[in-house]
Design a protein around this ligand. Structure first.
Ligand code: NDP
Length: 274
């Protein structure tokens, strides 16, 4: 079985560099998809309260028989639950659905600047981390201004910022900011939901290496040091997306894909989404 390398976070906790995402998977299909992923060798699962499938994830985890300490489970605080007390309540609800007594990573899903509650939410998360109920605390979709504001108001530096990131939206500025401040970069929609898989720069590498375009894109992320969480409900793709540790992109391949950056967003802009 494939062994996935880990990335050491700023508090020493290790996260698998490649995990499994379940956005847009209905709860009743999530148990089967996560079971397939665990069977294939994934140990990191990325869900969110708003996906409505934490129960489905929890069932798959419980049925797997895999020891809790081998699993890495991430979920996210939804926008409507921001604020100190609401965050504590939402966290308890997520844990109950997942059937767990602690989380490996808890993320503020979006900064939602118009609500202006992410500092309060972060204080609640700090409290949960202090109690040992969260092994690592992070954020998602935070822009440099939001991260700076957290820094100015808290001593807890987010371990992770999970952002939209793929060859069509390479987030160079944000990645540099993360590197400067010890924040790990986690890529959501690492395949741009399929939108970059026909890029000639990608298919050319796929043709030469005998790998699929999705494998080439995942390999590009891994070589940049990104954490990735591709989603699939297709068993062959679930397995395929894990088979990315037996080949390498050359510097020329990396440069050719770097040249395809084009401000391609599949999701909302974090400054506007509330
Ligand atoms: P991805 O970039 O992972 O793409 C998923 C799509 O690509 C699906 O349509 C899937 O099809 C297809 N696909 C997967 N593998 C292959 C393959 N090998 N070949 C061809 N097509 C493939 O998109 P997501 O938006 O799902 O992002 C991944 C995860 O990131 C989410 O599941 C979620 O956990 C997280 N996320 C977080 C967000 C945030 O705001 N923090 C926002 C969005 C996502 P099929 O399933 O039919 O096989």
């Amino acid at each position: 079985m494939t062994t996935v390398p880990t990335v050491k976070l700023n508090n020493g906790v290790e996260i698998p560099q490649l995990g499994f995402g379940v956005f847009q998977v209905p709860d009743d299909q999530t148990t089967a998809a996560v079971a397939q992923a665990l069977e294939a060798g994934y140990r990191s699962i990325d869900t969110a309260a708003i996906y409505g499938n934490e129960s489905g994830v929890g069932r798959a985890l419980a049925n797997s028989g895999i020891a809790r300490e081998e699993l890495f489970v991430t979920t996210k605080l939804w926008n409507a639950d921001q604020g100190y007390d609401a965050t504590l309540r939402a966290f308890d609800a997520s844990l109950a659905k997942l059937g767990l007594d602690h989380l490996d990573l808890y993320l503020i899903h979006w900064p939602t600047p118009a609500r202006d509650l992410y500092l309060d939410s972060w204080r609640a998360i700090e409290h949960l981390a202090g109690d040992g109920r969260i092994r690592a605390a992070g954020v998602s979709n935070f822009q440099p201004a939001h991260l700076t504001r957290l820094r100015e108001n808290s001593t807890l530096v987010p371990a992770v910022n999970q952002i939209e990131l793929h060859p069509g939206l390479q987030q160079t500025e944000l990645r540099a900011f993360h590197a400067q401040h010890g924040i790990a970069t986690e890529a959501w929609s690492p395949l741009a939901q399929g939108a970059v898989l026909n890029d000639p720069a990608v298919t050319a590498v796929a043709d030469r290496t005998g790998k699929s375009p999705a494998q080439v894109v995942l390999r590009w992320h891994l070589q940049l040091g990104n954490i990735v969480i591709p989603k699939s409900v297709t068993p062959a793709r679930i397995r395929q997306n894990l088979e990315v540790f037996d080949f390498e992109l050359t510097d020329e391949d990396m440069a050719a894909i770097a040249a395809t950056d084009r401000d391609l967003r599949t999701g909302p802009h974090p400054d506007q989404f509330n």
